[in-house]
Structure formats: C-alpha cells, structure tokens
Design a protein around this ligand. Sequence first.
Ligand code: NAP
Length: 271
Amino acid sequence: MKIFALFGNPIRHSLSPLMHNAAYSKMGVDANYVSFCVDNIESAVRGIRDLNICGVSITIPFKSTVMKLLDAVDDSALKIGAVNTILNRKGRLTGHNTDWMGLTIALKEKMAIEGKTFLILGAGGTARSAVYAVQKEGGVPIILNRTAEKGGELAAEFGCESYQIDNIEKIKADCLINTTPVGMNPDTEKSLAGSIVLTHFGHVMDVIYTPLRTKLLRNAEKAGCTVLSGLDMFVHQGAEQIKIWTGMDPPREFMKNVVFHKLKSGDKNGD
Ligand code: NAP
C-alpha cells in the first residue's frame, strides 16, 4: 500500500483526506492518504523518507518554509515561492506547486486567459500563484491589496501594476479574483466588492470554497457576472498532486462531487 500525507497546522478541517482517498478508491489504487498536524516541519520532512511516504501535500503555515528542506524545487514553485506538493522518489524529495495549476484549469473551464485582464485581490501566497498563473497563460494581472506596500512588492517582482484596495471602484477588468480570506466561514457576510463594482467584470472567481457561494459570488451573480467557486481550484490542485504522485489522471468530476456533498452536509473549512 502506498502512503500519502498532508502536513499542516491546523489540519482538522481539511477536506483533502476525504477527496484523495475517494479518488484512490475509485481509481483502484491501493493507497491511504493521512493527515498530520505538524509542529516541527524539519522532523516531519525527515519522516517522509523514514516512513517511505510517497507524496505529501503541504498547507498553512509551511508552504514557504518547507522549500529549503527539499532536494530540489521546480521552476514554478521557485518563482511563486511556495511548495504545496512533495514527491518522494527513492528518498529524493522534490517540491512542486499545484495551486497555480488548479487555478489555471478552473479558469480555463470558464474563460480564455490569453490577452485578458485579471484584477487580483490580495498579495499573499495564493495571490502569488494567481499572478504567476495569469502571466504564464498570457493574461495581464493587476494587483489590488489592503497593504499597498506589499502589493507593490509583488507587482515589482512580477512586472505588473498594483493599487491600494480602496481604488477598486476605478478599475475594470475581464475577471476579478479574490485571493483574500474575506468572506470565508464564519464571516460569510463580508465581501471586498459590492454589486455595483462587480458590473466592471465579466467573470468573478473566489478562491474560498467554505461557503461554496460567498457573498462576493452572490453579489457577482446579481451583477450578471459568470462566477467561479474555489471548489474547482481545490479539486484541480488535488488532482494535479495525484498526477504527480501516480502518473495517473484522477476522476476530477467524481472528486468534486465528493467534496461538494460533504460541504453541503456540514460546515467545513480548510484547503
Ligand atoms: P495569506 O498569504 O495570508 O494572504 C492573505 C491576503 O489577504 C493578504 O494580501 C492580505 O492583505 C489580504 N487580507 C486579509 N484580510 C483582509 C481584509 N480583512 N481586508 C482586505 N484584505 C485582506 O493567505 P493565503 O495563503 O494566500 O490564503 C488566502 C485564501 O486562499 C484562504 O482563504 C485559503 O483558504 C484560500 N486558498 C484556497 C485554495 C483553493 O484550492 N481553493 C488554495 C489555497 C488557498 P495584507 O497584505 O494587507 O495583509
């Protein structure tokens, strides 16, 4: 049996074990995906080799700090500055990032990226993946962040524009992507953009999927936008991890249904 794992802290609300184990079962792969609430990431990474864990998902707060503990990190993860996936090949640990892939695949299911403008709310880890994904596919990202300096630093690094978030009403783009936690459970009545502002965008994506329909997405629907929930990004980033670990393309629609029904039946958080 192959063992896969999730390292993070906290991890108790994560839906990754449910999604991964359902996928392996459906694919007929003899595997078990287990989660570890990690205090010391160095010891945990040593444990990957010692316990012969085939692949690991990395989540908050270790996506950046884990990088220096690996034998190699791929170019995309290096540029983004975060690893969310470790592959263990005979004791050699390589780091990858599938968040940007998940975001790209989710977007491309609904719209073309090339030549389009994307207003990205936030300048944290997920915003970095979003900026990278948009540029890689030939789109133009514009960063809007609460802390203007942090947005400016990210913009300088990727060679794009950035503004303080209060300027949201002045900017039009093909797509708005929220990469901040604003609107996530339990603060579900919060949104960084109201219905009027949202008429400036054709598409609106929220990386949050707890709740599935955030206030931002509810407002966007009212404004006539095409909306994208963070669930699709979550499913595709997990599916890309399974592809890296097994070489097989997992049943994405099935995985989405499993997570969707869990979210519908209870109040879950996490990534
Ligand atoms: P992060 O690195 O902490 O960055 C958070 C960003 O949000 C910062 O730029 C911060 O602005 C901004 N922000 C936070 N609170 C705000 C507020 N009240 N008003 C305005 N801006 C605010 O977080 P992250 O790791 O990127 O995660 C962000 C979200 O993405 C989380 O909800 C996470 O669950 C979700 N996520 C989803 C997926 C998926 O697969 N769907 C994958 C990864 C992450 P400042 O710079 O001003 O502090």
